[in-house]
Design a protein around this ligand. Structure first.
Ligand SMILES: C[S@@+](CC[C@H](N)C(=O)[O-])C[C@H]1O[C@@H](n2cnc3c(N)ncnc32)[C@H](O)[C@@H]1O
Length: 315
């Protein structure tokens, strides 16, 4: 395995994933009941942007572009505040939290974090960063897909599972995800599962999204954000986070507020856009007044270009 997230921390994929992750945690912790957060591909938990990340500078097109934004919608403002907390108040951004770091900061005393990481050195860094001083945290070194079999259903009966693999072999990873989700859903059908995926060409993920929509869940939603046209197989143009059993209102906030804002702010050319798209939707999950969010959130909803604004040159 060659993948090191330290080279990609804070990039456009992390922005979408982590804003959505904080939204999921906010909505799921609105109820008092304890929650399990299972991160199947956890990474190191936090990253120094002056280290490996400085060799790609991907973060400059992600968190770097948004740093100091004054007009961010609430979901993005909450994520920026979370990143600022890792940066001594936040004049300059030099550290970026990973998903385990963000989750640890936003979960409560009654919640639990189970963090899986396959690479021993990365798992050790994660342990040092989080597990030693936080009794809610358990780091498991090994295969994250196996964790869905070994640790579900959780005694808490409520859980959020983040599946965020490196996609070194895209099709093989898609197959592994679908197999693992089938097993997870069999054991824990009411869990919330969030699956991040890169978008190079939109057509390359279409089959995977159909497979996600065919899983035995009541509802499945995907949130996508791309900064350039999704027509090149050579680079990551955007990414998506599919959510099985999404909490109520995740789609409304995303489509009416933070996804269009992010698409505009992160756009690298006119091909940028976003969509909030139901892969499967049970009747009861429909909002009371669907006309409040016209056209969005319906199966087959159009892919949206970013709201018109002059694309910013890369900084
Ligand atoms: C995209 S990174 C995770 C980033 C992290 N979720 C975040 O948002 O900060 C993927 C991680 O999965 C690890 N990994 C790769 N294959 C794995 C497997 N089968 N099980 C668990 N971890 C794996 C890699 O070492 C890498 O650290």
């Amino acid at each position: 395995m060659n993948y090191r997230h330290s080279f990609h921390a804070g990039n456009i994929g992390d922005v979408l994933k982590h804003v959505a992750l904080l939204e999921l945690l906010r909505l799921l912790t609105a109820k008092d009941g304890a929650l399990l957060y299972l991160d199947t591909h956890a990474g190191a938990g936090g990253y120094d942007l002056g280290g490996d990340a400085a060799r790609t500078d991907e973060w400059r097109q992600g968190v770097g572009r948004l740093w100091g934004a004054s007009s961010a919608p609430p979901a993005v403002a909450r994520w920026l505040a979370a990143v600022a907390a890792w940066n001594e108040g936040g004049k300059v951004v030099h550290r970026y939290p990973g998903s385990p770091g963000l989750a640890a900061d936003h979960l409560r005393g009654q919640d639990r974090l189970l963090l899986c990481e396959a690479q021993p050195a990365v798992a050790e860094a994660l342990r040092r960063r989080l597990a030693g001083h936080d009794r809610r945290v358990q780091v498991v070194e090994g295969d994250g897909y196996h964790a869905l079999k070994a640790h579900l259903p959780p005694p808490e009966r409520r859980g959020l599972v983040l599946v965020d693999p490196p996609y070194e072999a895209q099709q093989a990873e898609f197959d592994a995800i679908i197999a693992a989700l089938r097993e997870g859903l069999r054991r824990f059908p009411t869990g919330v599962y969030a699956i991040w995926y890169p978008i190079k060409q939109a057509s390359a993920v279409a089959h995977f999204l159909r497979q996600l929509g065919d899983l035995p869940v009541k509802s499945a939603l995907t949130l996508e954000l791309w900064v350039r046209a999704t027509d090149s197989p050579l680079r990551m143009n955007g990414s998506g986070l599919a959510v099985l059993n999404p909490p109520w209102k995740l789609d409304q906030e995303a489509a009416s507020s933070w996804l269009p804002w992010l698409a505009r702010e992160l756009a690298q050319d006119r091909g940028a856009g976003w969509r909030c798209h139901w892969l499967r939707r049970e009747a009861a999950a429909q909002p009371a007044k669907p006309e409040q969010v016209p056209d969005r959130g319906r199966p087959g909803a159009a892919r949206r270009p970013a709201p018109r604004s002059r694309p910013r040159p890369p900084r």
